[in-house]
Design a binder for this molecule. Structure first.
Ligand SMILES: [Zn+2]
Length: 413
């Protein structure tokens, strides 16, 4: 214990805490910047003030909860607490797969339970106060139970497979683990809408009427079948509005939130739909899957290089090599790399958003999309002036300002 790896782990946790708090601080200050000309008129003065208060309330909560989590993890590290949990799992069973399941099951469940007050505060105090929350206490609790169950089954199967390959296939283990996790991620991206979404929401095909007619006319033109368009009851949890594209091959679908349909005009909804069809036409889902397969290959290979080193387990307080502790220590050591990868993925994702916008523009939907996005921004109390560094690290979508500018350029051509 307290070896070099131990101090590297502590260093990584503290430095990444400081970096993310600094980015939050920059972003928080950036809320008071002047609004660019193109974005004036989205909010009236009162609502703009409300959006700033909303942002600040969320910043404060994220500061408190991340500081709390850092303190808990440091306490666990310095006290050798992770080793106690490992010892406990070992006292229950000799089976290595079950030990890993118990170890990570306890860690994940306990960390979710101790952060419950923050999750609760976010929904029932902040979202409630700003008029977004539609969730009842009952939905909150059943959501929790369902996500534990679904997460337990999916995570449990994947973890068991990885441990099994580790025990049985020696040096080839990282390749088998990589292949099975990759196959699983392709399977999940195909069947996500059929298996996971129905646990939480109702999806219904678009009802006949003026909207469906307008959508059909457009989607025929753009080459997308209207039977793949669904409406989801997002209003069960939040007043915020959204839309997304998911799935591969014949499992593809565009999902519109019922809140989006209520808030936007028919022209604006068609423009949002055009953007989502753009994601489909430009094969963004497939590109994301390929890049996540490459990432997990890199990750499993580095894990394979490190997993049997005594120092990893020793850093978490164990005298002998333990798969669970090795995996946990690896997870923290790898986090700077995964931070960089997620930053790269955000760059890719923002490029995809520009491409989907450009696709909508090509079909003459620029004005509808711009006014739709403005409405969504105002409705969701989004930040008009996020800090560029914060956008660079965290934003999966370009800012509203960047999107409007790009679409106006597109229109000019
Ligand atoms: Zn998009």
């Amino acid at each position: 214990m307290y070896n070099a790896i131990f101090f590297i782990i502590v260093g990584i946790l503290i430095v990444s805490y400081i970096v993310s708090r600094y980015l939050d601080f920059l972003n928080s200050k950036s809320r008071n910047k002047n609004i660019p000309e193109e974005l004036k008129g989205i909010y009236d003065e009162e609502r703009y003030e409300k959006s700033q208060k909303y942002g600040k309330a969320k910043d404060r909560l994220s500061f408190i909860s991340s500081t709390f989590m850092l303190a808990v993890i440091l306490f666990m590290l310095f006290s050798g607490g992770f080793n106690y949990i490992k010892e406990f799992a070992a006292s229950v069973t000799d089976n290595e797969i079950l030990r890993a399941l118990i170890f990570f099951g306890i860690l994940i469940l306990v960390s979710d339970i101790i952060t419950l007050p923050f999750q609760w505060y976010s929904v029932f105090v902040i979202e409630e106060k700003f008029g977004f929350n539609k969730m009842t206490v009952k939905t909150f609790i059943t959501d929790k139970l369902k996500s534990w169950l679904a997460g337990g089954i999916i995570g449990g199967i994947l973890l068991s497979a990885v441990v099994w390959f580790y025990l049985k296939t020696g040096n080839m283990f990282w390749i088998y683990a990589w292949i099975s996790v990759s196959l699983f991620s392709v399977f999940m991206s195909m069947f996500y809408s059929n298996l996971i979404v129905p646990l939480f929401n109702k999806q219904t095909p678009l009802e006949p009427g003026e909207l469906r007619d307008a959508i059909k006319e457009f989607s025929d033109k753009a080459g997308f079948k209207p039977k793949n368009i669904y409406v989801i009851d997002g209003s069960k949890r939040s007043a915020k509005a959204n839309a997304y594209f998911s799935g591969l091959g014949h499992k593809k679908r565009i999902v519109l939130y019922d809140t989006l349909i209520n808030d936007l005009t028919t022209d604006e909804i068609v423009a949002v739909l055009a953007h989502e069809i753009g994601h489909y036409k430009k094969k963004h889902v497939a590109i994301n899957i390929v890049s996540s397969v490459i990432q997990s290959g890199i990750m499993f290979y580095i894990f394979f290089l490190l997993v049997n080193s005594k120092e990893l387990s020793a850093a978490l307080g164990s005298d002998d090599i333990s798969f669970e502790l090795g995996l946990l220590a690896f997870g923290i050591l790898y986090s700077p790399i995964s931070g960089i990868i997620s930053m790269l993925m955000n760059i890719l994702s923002r490029r995809h958003e520009f491409e989907a916008d450009a696709f909508a523009c090509k079909f003459g939907q620029a004005n509808g999309l711009i006014s739709g996005l403005k409405k969504l921004t105002a409705k969701n109390l989004s930040n008009l002036t996020p800090h560029p560094a914060y956008v660079f690290f965290y934003y999966s979508h370009p800012t509203l300002y960047q999107r409007i500018k790009a679409m106006k350029n597109e229109q000019g051509n």
